[in-house]
Design a protein around this ligand. Structure first.
Ligand SMILES: [Mg+2]
Ligand SMILES: [Zn+2]
Length: 327
């Protein structure tokens, strides 16, 4: 899985490393953003629905081990049960992953961005094996230059059984990443800082839906766009931020809300439209009368979803001066 790159947490020093010559970077969250499901719960529901009952029970009975902020540990535990108790094989797991709901329009967005020369990366709280197998099934691996997500490897569980083990992206034996907005296993904003330092992009299009996408969204700058799935936690948080009721941080990027793949494809077409060319030099006058002027083309397509707008009325003087809400 050499195409997957795991990045160390980044620091604030990498911020604002933008260049006009750099590429447009498209950063995709995975669950409910690139694909149209939550891969963690969908696979359990498909292969061993009783594990969803275990999931709810464990969150209540063992909150220290499997409660809030411990999702990766909970998935690791349930995947072990999937292989040992439910006897689901590696082959069956991977075949089912290949059929997860994935809108054709989202595939079209990835292909459009690739054709436009964008640098595309995935930043996800799923795991390496799920993402790898799902992209492989859609022949999309080559479109992404990096994936940051939780580590996943198969382990021999005896009797020829292999179980998938997942481990947090941010190792438990390392000092906490220190971001109060993010779960302990992954601060997506820190990874985004690192990617910006590596790629020095001209602009970023960020596609997300969850509360884990809020931290990176607040690090975007003017001319960037957050494509937030409507009525999902990220869009709700950004709307509250626009009203200035939740967080003193400001959002400099524009927000484009989308409901489904068709919406997202319209946004991608609009945002990736080639910049206007300089006017060509005037042609010599024609020797015969010019043909009648063609009619202006009429498009019956609905307009692309509107930008919710620049969320911040006032911008912070410097990114480093952004204040965080008191605990
Ligand atoms: Mg998501
Ligand atoms: Zn964070």
């Amino acid at each position: 899985m050499s195409w997957l790159s795991r990045c160390a947490g980044a620091s604030k020093q990498f911020e604002s490393a933008r260049t006009q010559e750099g590429p447009t970077m498209v950063v995709w969250d995975f669950d409910w953003s690139l694909i149209n499901e939550n891969s963690d719960t969908w696979i359990l529901e498909q292969l061993a629905p009783t594990l969803l009952t275990d999931l709810k029970k464990l969150q209540q009975t063992e909150p220290d081990r499997f409660g809030r902020g411990q999702w990766t540990a909970l998935m690791d535990h349930l995947l072990t049960l999937l292989g040992t108790r439910e006897k689901v094989t590696r082959g069956a797991l991977e075949r089912r992953l290949a059929s997860i709901p994935f809108a054709d329009e989202n595939v079209a967005c990835v292909r459009l961005a690739a054709a436009a020369g964008c640098e595309q990366r995935i930043l996800s709280d799923a795991n390496e094996v799920y993402i790898d197998k799902i992209l492989e099934a859609r022949s999309l691996r080559g479109a992404f230059s990096a994936v940051c997500t939780n580590a996943a490897t198969y382990e021999d569980a005896g009797d020829g059984a292999e179980v998938l083990r997942v481990a947090p992206f941010h190792p438990v034996d390392e000092a906490p990443h220190g971001c109060r907005r993010c779960p302990p296993n992954l601060c997506k904003g820190a990874v985004l800082d690192r990617w910006v330092a590596e790629c020095r992009p001209r602009r970023i299009i960020y596609v997300g839906d969850g509360s884990g996408d809020y931290c990176p969204a607040t690090r975007l700058v003017e001319d960037d766009v957050v494509c937030a799935r409507a009525n999902y936690p990220l869009a709700k948080k950004l709307r509250k931020l626009a009203l200035n009721v939740t967080d003193p941080v400001t959002l400099d990027a524009a927000v484009a809300e989308w409901r489904d793949g068709a919406d997202l494809l319209r946004i991608f077409r609009r945002e990736l439209r080639a910049p206007k060319q300089a006017a060509p030099p005037p042609k010599p006058p024609p020797s015969k009368p010019p043909p009648s002027k063609p009619l202006k083309p009429f498009s019956s397509k609905p307009a692309a979803p509107a930008l919710v707008g620049k969320q911040a009325e006032t911008k912070p003087a410097k990114r480093a001066t952004v204040r965080f809400a008191p605990p």
